[in-house]
Design a protein around this ligand. Structure first.
Ligand SMILES: [Mg+2]
Length: 176
């Protein structure tokens, strides 16, 4: 059960994800969360470091799309369009169909798609259930709506439990 909450990789932020490693691991498509992963909560601007990281992703031949549970089409579109990448808004992460919609946009499959997000209960759980490569990033800020804040508390409890009762395996399992 805990394995579903264990990401393949962890990174401080999007721009800390080493693209060479993704290439080496056979990743060809990225399904990326929006709020607190690409931008601060409900912010429209992508920071310069993140924008630069996306240029490198494209140069490496990796496709990316935004898959967000955010229901505001305009907001999701505004960020995705800055980066000229496709998007899914009002997604239903952790449900499988949200990730399948992303893979359809990318033209990738289970073996070469990575999910990147800041939440264990939506991004990581959903990606792991489909056997995808998952990357957990630290949320950009804590200015979030109340539902997410409750989830964060649960996440902290879960991380504590995992640390004390289910130590990480010495080598993380390869997805492909
Ligand atoms: Mg998020």
């Amino acid at each position: 059960m805990f394995d579903y909450f264990r990401p393949t990789l962890q990174a401080l932020s999007l721009d800390h994800i080493v693209i060479e490693q993704l290439v080496q691991d056979g990743i060809k498509g990225l399904i990326i969360d929006l709020d607190n992963t690409m931008t601060p909560w409900n912010d429209l601007e992508v920071g310069p470091k993140v924008a630069e990281w996306f240029i490198k992703v494209k140069a490496a031949g990796i496709s990316a799309c935004v898959v967000s549970n955010n229901k505001r089409r305009q907001r999701v579109a505004a960020v995705a369009e800055q980066l000229a990448i496709p998007f899914v808004f009002g997604a239903t992460k952790p449900r499988g169909r949200a990730f399948r919609a992303g893979m359809k946009l990318l033209g990738t499959g289970q073996e070469d798609t990575a999910v990147i997000g800041d939440q264990l209960f939506t991004d990581i759980l959903g990606g792991n259930r489909l056997g995808l490569y998952t990357i957990l990033v630290t949320p950009i800020n804590e200015h979030e709506f109340i539902g997410t804040r409750v989830m964060r508390r649960l996440e902290r409890v879960l991380v504590w439990i995992m640390k004390h009762f289910a130590p990480a395996k010495p080598a993380s399992p390869k997805i492909h």
